[in-house]
Design a protein around this ligand. Sequence first.
Ligand SMILES: [Zn+2]
Length: 60
Amino acid sequence: MAYTCSVCNQVVDGDLVAFQDHTEDHIIDVIKSKNPDWVESDGVCQKCVEYFRKQIKGEG
Ligand SMILES: [Zn+2]
């Protein structure tokens, strides 16, 4: 089943990434700061999760 990621607007095969633990809360904050219209229930693709995880780790 395909869906469109609300963050990167790509059509992705697979399931939405569910946010459950505390680390994911921080990801949500970062996504919202960059995409004010995004809400958690829109979901996000795995690629975006990994991208935002790197942002949180403060690389650079
Ligand atoms: Zn995405």
